[in-house]
Design a protein around this ligand. Structure first.
Ligand code: SAH
Length: 234
C-alpha cells in the first residue's frame, strides 16, 4: 500500500481547544498508525513580551485586538528552517470556501502549517508575507480559527491512504463525483413496520448499484441541484 506521512503544524493561542478533536477515533488512529503527525504550537510560548501578550490594539483605533506579527513570524521562521512547507494556511472567513475537491487536493500535500486567528484576526502583514492560502469553512464568523482548523484537518486526514478501514468508503461519500450519497440502512430489516428498500435485500449487486446511483442523483436533484450544474461545467 502507498504510504505517506503528512505533517500538519497548527499555530494557536488556545491549544486546549484542539486537544479532543485529534485525540479520538479516526484522527487518533491516523496519528498512531503514522499516517499523519499533528503538532500543535502555542503562539504564546513565542511571545518575548514580559506578559506573554500575543495581541495589541489596532492601528487607526476601533474595537477588538489584533494578533501581533512577532510571535507568529518567529514560529513560522523556525518551522520553515526545519523543513519545506507546501502551504502556509490562514483560517479566515474571507478565504476560499472549503469544499471536497480542495480537501482531496490537500490530502496529497506533505507539510502544511495552519494558522488559527483570534480576536479581530492577525496583523495583515503576516497574511501578505507568509500565508500562501486562506481557507474559510463557510460564510459565518467563528470566534477563533481552531474549530475551523479541526474541520479542515479532519476532512484531509480521513482521505489519507490507510486511514479509513475500508478505503473505498471515502470514495462513496457525498460530493465525490459532485453527487450526494444515497441513503443507507442497517439491521433490522423491519422496525415498527418501517421496511428497508427491497432491492437492498435482493443480493443482486448490479440492481443495488443501479438503485444507489439513482438515489444519489435524486437526492442531489432535490437538495443540491447546484452540484449537478457544476459537474456539467467541468
Ligand atoms: N474580524 C474578522 C473575523 C475574526 S474572527 C473578519 O470579519 O474577517 C477570529 C478568527 O476566527 C479569524 O481570524 C479566523 O482565524 C477564524 N474564523 C472565523 N470565522 C471563520 C470561518 N468561517 N472560517 C475559517 N476561520 C474562521
Amino acid at each position: 500500500m502507498y504510504f505517506c506521512n503528512m505533517r500538519i503544524d497548527i499555530l494557536t493561542v488556545l491549544p486546549k481547544l484542539l486537544e479532543s478533536p485529534f485525540s479520538i477515533s479516526i484522527m487518533q488512529r491516523a496519528q498512531d498508525k503514522g499516517h499523519v503527525t499533528i503538532q500543535i504550537h502555542n503562539i504564546r510560548d513565542y511571545s518575548t513580551n514580559k506578559h506573554k501578550n500575543v495581541d495589541d490594539y489596532q492601528y487607526g483605533g476601533g474595537a477588538g485586538m489584533v494578533m501581533s506579527i512577532e510571535p507568529i513570524a518567529t514560529i513560522i521562521e523556525k518551522l520553515k528552517s526545519e523543513r519545506t512547507y507546501d502551504e502556509i494556511i490562514y483560517m479566515s472567513p474571507d478565504g476560499e470556501v472549503l469544499e471536497q475537491g480542495m480537501a482531496n487536493k490537500m490530502s496529497l500535500l506533505k507539510n502544511v502549517i495552519i494558522l488559527c486567528g483570534h480576536y479581530k484576526g492577525v496583523d495583515n502583514r503576516i497574511r501578505e508575507h507568509y500565508i500562501t492560502k486562506e481557507i474559510s469553512i463557510g460564510s459565518y464568523v467563528l470566534s477563533g480559527g481552531e474549530l475551523a482548523a479541526a474541520v479542515l484537518v479532519d476532512s484531509i486526514v480521513r482521505l489519507l491512504p490507510g486511514v479509513l478501514n475500508d478505503e473505498t468508503s471515502a470514495l462513496t461519500d457525498c460530493f465525490q463525483d459532485d453527487l450526494l450519497a444515497p441513503p443507507v440502512y442497517t439491521r433490522p430489516s423491519e422496525f415498527n413496520g418501517w421496511k428497508v428498500p427491497e432491492v437492498l435485500l435482493s443480493g443482486n449487486d448490479e440492481l443495488i448499484e443501479k438503485w444507489r446511483e439513482d438515489q444519489a442523483l435524486l437526492r442531489t436533484q432535490e437538495r443540491r441541484p447546484d452540484l449537478l450544474k457544476k459537474g456539467g461545467e467541468n
